[in-house]
Design a protein around this ligand. Structure first.
Ligand code: NAD
Length: 269
């Protein structure tokens, strides 16, 4: 089995990486950072997002494993002192995995150019300073004209991240779909949008058409999607469930709802 390691730059993550490389030498596992079977991230959820970003063109065969060096993460099941247990599980691996839906973004520009991205947590379209005005289409039919700070589309596993902070619902990752949440919408007698999050299924898509992109910001997880306004303008962004899910190597069961409880509620269980 071929392993790639992506680690955060802090001393603890670097220490765990070194220890893992030393132990790997005594196993049948080999390091291959180009075409791995398993990508191990060492750090926090942010490091797992970076690892996903790096290997997202190999989702058809790559599985991910997250080791957390700080507090419990949403994508990190293993603790820094469990490296030997993890290597043992990898050596006895029989391909077990759990998959979660991802978000596909198709970005098109005024000159017809197009770009495709995939998000593990979310993508947000917003304005830096001015009010964003965007027409929202669901399945190619006009739905509403949104005015406000912006809109956020999140995956089920991303629903506990930025989406939750902006009032979106926490979504069971067994549901294949995505969620669209408003960021500070303007709702009065003149302007009207739905005002609540929307959850869409696998067959649905949402298209956002901005009226003026001179002040727009488009994100895809930790990345900023950039374009040159002197060359072309952002025409539309279409969100749907990505064709391929992300797969995590599954050697033990960590309940999503236990994780939600532990992260946001705590105390008696
Ligand atoms: P980061 O990597 O430092 O993460 C910020 C926090 O979000 C960390 O505590 C991390 O554990 C948590 N987080 C990340 N993914 C999560 C998930 N799926 N469920 C629950 N918590 C999660 O910050 P960054 O590199 O700027 O951004 C990474 C992610 O952090 C973004 O994709 C976004 O979802 C989230 N974030 C949230 C807010 C907010 O809630 N206001 C602000 C910035 C970033």
């Amino acid at each position: 089995m071929k392993i790639a390691i992506v680690n955060y730059g802090d001393p603890e993550a670097v220490r765990v990486r070194k220890m893992m490389l030393n132990r790997l030498a005594k196993t049948s596992l080999v390091c291959d950072h180009k075409h791995p079977d398993i990508v191990i991230s060492i750090g926090g959820d942010g490091t797992l997002l970076t690892a996903f970003n790096k290997y997202q063109d190999q989702l058809d065969h790559v599985r991910f494993v997250g080791i957390h060096t700080g507090h419990l993460g949403f994508y990190t099941d293993w603790r820094n002192f469990e490296v030997d247990d993890l290597l043992d599980s990898l050596e006895h691996d029989s391909g077990q995995s759990v998959s979660y839906p991802l978000l596909s973004l198709d970005v098109t520009y005024s000159d017809g150019q197009a770009q495709h991205y995939v998000a593990l947590n979310e993508s947000a379209l917003r304005q830096k300073t001015k009010t964003m005005v965007s027409d929202v289409y669901i399945n190619d039919r006009f739905f509403e004209s949104f005015r406000g700070d912006g809109l956020c589309a999140s995956t089920p596993t991303g629903s506990t991240a930025y989406n939750k902070s902006v009032g979106g619902a926490v979504m069971d990752p067994k549901i294949s779909g995505f969620q669209l949440t408003e960021l500070a919408s303007l709702n009065n007698r003149v302007y009207r949008s739905l005002g609540s999050p929307i959850i869409l299924g696998t067959e649905s898509q949402v298209t956002l058409r901005v009226h003026d992109d001179s002040d727009s910001l488009l994100t895809c997880d930790r990345q900023l999607v950039q374009w040159d306004v002197n060359q072309h303008h952002l025409s539309e962004v279409t969100y749907r469930v990505a064709d391929q899910p992300i797969r995590f190597a599954k050697y033990r069961h960590t309940s999503f709802w236990d994780r939600v409880h532990e992260s946001f509620i705590g105390g008696r269980k």
